[in-house]
Ligand binder design. Structure first.
Ligand code: HEM
Length: 451
């Protein structure tokens, strides 16, 4: 199962060669969004599919992506995503647009300046060591790496950007949302009114209100304590809307705190989970990383000054997010007839940017299904066009946490590899499933040996 060659083919989805019929489409949509991405989206730039009442366009070329996310962005709005996530995230930074979005982004941005992030490295190391400690307590056991990474990245957010929160309340809500997310995404994508019942809807409402109440309590406690903290919540409390001069009310604070708790950990957890799996399958790269980490650190804990020199660790993480992008799809809705890169697009069309397929596009990548971190060697990475590789999106709505996430993932991965080796479980070849993030089907059990 594992390989000593530097390149191998990890599990991937076989796309449907013909557009799916209505029933097959709904079934696939609910089971795994990746199964509805047509084969043509892996081969062409622009694939328009007109069904009953729905007009979907898959765009994959750098020129089209640039048009949608940057040059013509006023005509492409985040309506589907907003409809899907607003019940949970209200009108926070991820789920608002225009001036309402802009000032929330400006209020949050100072927390993410690359030059200020280095101070978080010791926290990333501590949290990674906590996970290793848990693995050490059960020598050579099979561990649920997906669950461990989710808990660890949640601990990171709670110890860096926001106040400590009860992880289990979040885990419950995320579980409920993941379970019903196929249906919710289908409803959002087909403009079904919010009140139409769907599987998991009531459980979702209950979990949402429990989670919002927990965050409200935390914000109240912060306000009442009067203590000064240098974290994101403090910045949000202190920020003013330049147009109205008003600060955020409690609802807006809850919206944003929740957004950062959720957007800030599930994604990085998936990047680490898939990377550990790929390393378990690739002893060649696992050994190369171990050597590099030992050479750069001399066995000392990872420190900020090591990060730039962990070149191979960075290459593996980037290639891992190419084959398994934590956010596998992005979408926008066209709000005015327009023409992009020679293609007409009608108002009302759903524009889907399938990051998963963009990263495996047959005309843009050699052997796209093969895991090959050499693609991201410094010389070769420089030749990859912008918008051909985009795990963090692009344009003004690009992920605000991308530098934080890369620093966190690099530090945590290197720390785990200093102390542990990972082996795939015989017979478990996890297929990627697109829920909100890209999950391994059946979870990610790996055997862990600590030194
Ligand atoms: C490997 C980890 C991560 C990945 C792959 C990722 C991916 C993305 C993507 C693709 C978007 C753009 C969505 C769109 O335009 O439709 C996005 C937005 C966002 N991300 Fe991340 N993200 C990661 C980590 C983080 C972290 C660590 C944080 C915060 C601590 C964060 C916070 C956000 C926020 C707030 C937005 C919305 C930004 C806006 O609309 O202005 N993300 N992320």
């Amino acid at each position: 199962m594992s390989t000593i060659s530097p390149r191998f083919t990890p599990p991937s989805i076989v796309p449907p060669s013909r557009p799916l019929g209505r029933v097959a489409f709904v079934r696939a949509f609910v089971r795994n969004l990746l199964e509805v991405v047509p084969q043509a989206a892996y081969e062409e730039d622009f694939v328009a599919l007109e069904g009953k009442g729905a007009y979907r366009i898959w765009v994959t070329s750098p020129a089209l992506i640039k048009a949608v996310l940057i040059d013509e962005r006023d005509k492409f709005q985040k309506l589907t995503q907003i409809r899907l996530l607003r019940p949970l995230l209200g009108k926070g930074i991820l789920t608002s647009q225009g001036p309402e979005w802009r000032w929330q982004r400006q209020a949050s941005a100072p927390m993410f300046r690359p030059e200020d992030l280095a101070g978080f490295v010791p926290t990333f190391v501590r949290v990674a060591n906590d996970v290793v400690g848990k693995w050490r307590a059960a020598p050579n056991a099979t561990q649920r790496i997906d669950l461990d990474m989710t808990r660890a990245t949640f601990d990171v957010i709670s110890a860096t950007l926001l106040p400590a929160a009860d992880a289990s309340t979040f885990e419950r809500t995320i579980g409920v949302f993941q379970k019903s997310s196929g249906w919710s995404q289908l409803y959002a994508a087909t403009n079904m009114p919010g009140w139409v019942p769907r599987p998991g809807f009531v459980a979702g409402l209950r979990a949402t209100s429990a989670l919002r109440a927990a965050v409200a309590k935390m914000i109240r406690e912060r306000r009442e304590s009067g203590a000064q903290h240098n974290d994101l919540l403090q910045r949000l409390i202190a920020a003013n809307d330049p147009e109205t001069g008003q600060s955020m009310n409690d609802e807006q604070l809850i919206d944003n705190a929740l957004t950062f708790y959720l957007a800030g950990h599930e994604t990085t957890a998936k990047a680490l989970t898939w990377t550990l799996y790929l390393l378990a399958r690739s002893p060649y790269w696992a050994a190369a990383l171990e050597d590099e980490i030992a050479r750069v650190t001399g066995g000392a804990p990872i420190a900020a000054e090591h990060i730039e020199r962990l070149v191979l660790v960075g290459q593996v993480l980037k290639e891992s997010m190419r084959v398994y992008p934590p956010v596998p799809m992005m979408s926008r809705q066209c709000v005015a007839d327009t023409r992009i890169d020679g293609h007409d697009v009608k108002a009302g069309a759903s524009i889907i940017m399938p990051i998963y397929a963009i990263h495996r596009h047959a005309r843009r990548w050699d052997d796209p299904n093969i895991f090959d971190p050499e693609r991201f060697s410094p010389e070769r990475e420089a030749l990859i066009p912008r918008y051909q590789y985009m795990p963090f999106g692009a344009g003004p709505r690009v992920c605000i946490g991308r530098s934080f996430a890369m620093l966190e993932a690099t530090t945590m991965l290197a720390t785990m590899l200093q102390h542990a080796r990972f082996e795939a479980v015989e017979g478990h070849e996890p297929l990627p499933i697109a829920r909100v993030t890209l999950s391994p089907k059946g979870g990610m059990p790996l055997k862990v040996r600590c030194n």
